[in-house]
Design a protein around this ligand. Structure first.
Ligand SMILES: NC(=O)c1ccc[n+]([C@@H]2O[C@H](COP(=O)([O-])OP(=O)(O)OC[C@H]3O[C@@H](n4cnc5c(N)ncnc54)[C@H](O)[C@@H]3O)[C@@H](O)[C@H]2O)c1
Ligand SMILES: [Zn+2]
Length: 367
């Protein structure tokens, strides 16, 4: 992605149908004379093991450093310290040194774990993100947050470690289960809501036309991914350590994460974010921050995308408990990133976070 002049990408992003073939070339370019280890989960390895291996080998026989491809059994329950330790130990046992570049091929789970291994391996080695879910393409692979979950909560252990490059091949979305494609659109819509009303409309039109049906990926998908990458990259590059502006990326996530935890992670992240965005937009309307109709507009596009829009039966006390336990909570009070309207966030004066009384949150969740 070559961003418009005003946007500084925090790391190079190669986005194109067929970019998968360039994985080895990109790794060699950003980390010359390094040994390459590509790491994936079993699903992705089954589908793409051969193209990955071919891409690592490279077309060019002069290349003296063929990459190795290893697939680990990873899933959401395994974004754990144990997975981090297993991968790390295996690299140590195989004798990989500081001159190693890791290539994370997979969804956000693979990206987060492999990124965290790279952040800590021998005090930090380069890595390349090759996101294969929509959520990872438009969100998780951009910005350099890496980490693992603990039994007490998600993403509690981690590091900021920016990838040396990100390689995005939209055609691999053709094999992504529809539920995951839909979940990824929650983050696409979030980017429109927080930064670009036109993009929100473009995404809504795409959803209406394609119905997000599985199968060959329409060319417009590349443009949708590009704009999301730009929006996230711009926000992150202006605030790499989440002291201010980056908080707007949390829109929908304070309530969304609580729903995710209360569902014991049976619901997908994007599904919970959709519900969180609807609830937080209602909250913003209730306290007079957002224009009336903002929540309804979000709800209607989420519905069209096949995302959940009606709230599961959940204990409000439990949800609030999760929200207070959230590491974004300050002094036991809960702050939210709230919209003014589609395309614009509120709270530029207060560091993009607005403190809201639990009573108002209860009111919204009860409605
Ligand atoms: N680092 C960040 O900034 C950031 C941001 C958002 C989310 N995340 C993290 O991302 C994780 C969720 O990521 P996710 O939604 O990508 O889930 P995931 O990594 O679990 O992938 C979803 C499923 O799709 C499979 N899959 C991946 N690519 C495929 C393809 N092309 N075809 C078929 N199947 C494929 C995977 O094997 C998995 O079963 C969470 O742990 C979340 O915390 C991180
Ligand atoms: Zn998210």
């Amino acid at each position: 992605v070559s961003a418009p002049a005003a946007i500084k990408l925090p790391h190079p992003v190669l986005l194109a149908p067929g970019a998968f073939d360039q994985i080895g070339l990109v790794a060699r370019t950003v980390a010359p004379n390094h040994r390459i280890v590509a790491i994936s989960d079993l699903n992705v390895a089954k589908l793409y093991g051969r193209p990955i291996t071919n891409a690592l080998r490279g077309a060019d026989n002069e290349i003296a450093t063929p990459g190795e491809f290893v697939a680990f059994e990873l899933d959401e329950k395994r974004k754990t310290r144990e997975s981090w330790a297993n991968i790390t130990d295996r690299l140590i046992e195989t004798g990989y040194g500081r001159d190693t570049v890791l290539v994370a091929v997979g969804g956000g789970v693979v990206g987060d774990i492999v990124g965290f291994v790279a952040a800590t391996y021998m005090r930090g080695i380069p890595f390349v993100q090759v996101p294969t879910t929509l959520l990872a393409m438009v969100d998780a692979s951009i910005g350099g947050k890496t980490g693992v979950d603990t039994p007490k909560g998600k993403n509690l252990v981690g590091a900021f470690h920016a990838p040396a490059a990100v390689v995005i091949d939209p055609t691999v979305l053709g094999t992504l289960p529809q539920q995951h494609l839909r979940a990824g659109f929650a983050e696409v819509l979030k980017h429109g809501i927080i930064a670009d009303a036109t993009y929100f409309d473009v995404a809504a039109t795409f959803i209406g036309a394609s119905q997000l049906n599985p199968g060959p990926v329409p060319p417009e998908m590349t443009d949708i991914i590009r704009r999301s990458v730009e929006i996230k990259a711009e926000i992150v590059s202006r605030d790499e350590r989440e002291s201010g502006l980056r908080k707007i990326l949390n829109f929908g996530h304070t309530i969304g994460h609580a729903i995710e935890a209360a569902s014991e992670y049976h619901m997908l992240h994007g599904e919970c974010v959709a519900l969180g965005m609807i609830a937080e937009a209602r909250l913003a309307e209730r306290i007079g921050v957002a224009t009336n109709g903002t929540a309804r507009a979000i709800e209607s596009v989420c519905k069209a995308a096949g995302l959940p829009t009606s709230f599961p039966q959940m204990n409000t006390d439990l949800l609030l408990e999760f929200m207070h336990g959230d590491k974004k909570a300050r002094e036991g009070r809960v702050e939210y990133a709230l919209p003014k309207r589609i395309g614009e966030m509120a709270g530029s004066e207060s560091g993009w976070a607005i403190r809201v009384e639990d009573g108002d949150v209860r009111g919204v969740l009860a409605a």
